[in-house]
Design a binder for this molecule. Structure first.
Ligand code: THU
Length: 139
């Protein structure tokens, strides 16, 4: 792993350790690097009213936006095995708001990175800000 990826992995693992997942018992952490190089992390936050719970990716994106970041360069999602913890459909669209098609999404478990995808592979032919005529930093 490159030093940049190790940093994302450690940030996601720390966030996973703080996940609030008493219902699924499936703690997830996510970390991303923004256009300034800053790293932001989030974890899933579940709720007794199940649909109100939020994913780790949504938390990391909210942390980025609150800190002033506006573009995702790279992201890592870390969760328990044995399956790959790829972002859910809604989170793929959330990532799309702030990332271009070439952005890499790494999928990890506690032992290390297991796979990597481009956003275009996870969400082909996507609808994004450009479709509404918005100018965005990630092009
Ligand atoms: N979850 C995430 O936080 N991110 C993912 O990529 C997949 C699923 C959460 C949502 C819920 O709290 C738990 O994992 C089980 O679905």
């Amino acid at each position: 792993m490159s030093p940049d990826l190790i940093r994302l992995f450690e940030a996601a693992r720390a966030a996973q350790g703080r996940a609030y997942a008493p219902y699924s018992r499936f703690p997830v952490g996510a970390a991303l690097r923004d256009e300034t190089g800053a790293v932001h992390a989030g974890c899933n936050v579940e709720n007794a009213a199940y649909p109100v719970g939020t994913c780790a990716e949504a938390g990391a994106i909210a942390a980025m936006v609150a800190a002033g970041g506006r573009a995702i360069s790279e992201m890592l999602v870390l969760g328990p095995g044995p399956g790959l913890v790829t972002p859910c459909g809604a989170c793929r669209q959330r990532i799309r708001e702030f990332a271009g098609p070439a952005a890499r999404i790494h999928v990890a478990d506690g032992a290390g990175v297991r796979a990597a995808f481009t956003l275009a592979a996870l969400l082909p032919d996507s609808f994004g800000p450009e479709n509404l005529g918005s100018e965005v930093a990630h092009g």
